[in-house]
Design a protein around this ligand. Sequence first.
Ligand SMILES: [Fe+2]
Length: 324
Amino acid sequence: MVLVYTLYDNNEKVLLKANRKLTQNYINRIQQMDIMGLYVFEDDEIEEHTPIVSEQTRLKAIKSLKRLNIDDCIYIANNIVEEIRESDSMIVETINLSTYDNYTYSHSVNVDMLSVILGVACGLRDDELRKLSQAALLHDIGKTCVPIEIINKPGRLTEEEYAEVKNHPRYGYNMLRDNYEVSSVARNAILSHHENEDGSGYPRGLTSEKIHLFAKIIHVADVYDALTTKRVYKEAMNPADALEYLMGNAERMFDKDLVATFMEYVAPYPLGVQVELSTGQKAIVVKNNRSMLSRPVVRLDSGTRVDLLERLDITIVKMLTDFN
Ligand SMILES: [Fe+2]
């Protein structure tokens, strides 16, 4: 097995570098630690994977968010745009593995990455992408003003508590008011990232035409990442179901065209997941077809590779990998 992403401990110290073969010795040591899960590919099966946003940048972003260092966050948000611009592929095709510990921070980085990809796909200019990236990275910064007991509450929130959570876009907007490095467009996007197309969102209940494109983009990215992440109070949804949820709620919550574009860049069947085919066979996803992400190349238990783009008579009926 090969480790896909670099493994860090709680103090952000590197434990094991990406692309490293996992020997029994490493596995034994990892098992003694309090680690939720590892992302591994089985050897020789899947091509080496380079993350769209480098682990170093991800780590720097998490640190800056933790320290509430807005200037550093802006700098890193700009770096993230550059990295995505320079990446060979903007296809998101690995499983989202956030730990409970740093959920808020790694969620913000994921939302940033997904938002910038969507922004590039929409044809935004670099200066616009930088503003979008700043807003996406800082979209939940206002949660630092909400009492921590409410944020971390595992059970259902009372009406009052929920009302307080719903203030976080406004808190974020206000927090950044005096920082001239943050553009007003970015601040407005932060204020509106929970607005829905039909006016049922918060804090202002804006309808489609009043919601800025950046806020609409962050909304899609935010919900997708939240759905696919396991939390104390809920299981993780698999990517195919989460994409289906987005499309099912397009027009009510999300901009339909944005969701359609999003689906061209986020793989419903990430690399390494096990699926059941309509033939009754089990298979592993080994490659994604960029032109149609819903039809990947899979490898059967027998070792035979099947390109589902060429075998349209075979369909994926079920995801067998447990995402929790
Ligand atoms: Fe939020």
